[in-house]
Design a protein around this ligand. Sequence first.
Ligand SMILES: [Zn+2]
Length: 97
Amino acid sequence: MPNHYSASLLRTLRNRIPIDAVIVDMLRLDIRPDETLLRFRCPLCDRFHTATNPKTNLARCFDCAKNFNPIDLVMAVTHCSFVDAVERLKKRSHWMS
Ligand SMILES: [Zn+2]
């Protein structure tokens, strides 16, 4: 159940599992190389008007005007539940800095 997860665990998963690694290595989204930005295929609109922000650890689609944290992104791409997304991300905790 979602409410069995502590706030600190959820905060850790959102903040410390690098969003770029979630996109490239975990979800294997299509990406378009760019000199400064990681542009990935938006799971909602399929366009590449996107970027990630290492400071906030969020992925943004400018067309959808939506930000995704790692949990949001796993849910949006794989159509899984919140609990499944949390469990999948917990298995990637070795990525934390
Ligand atoms: Zn989009």
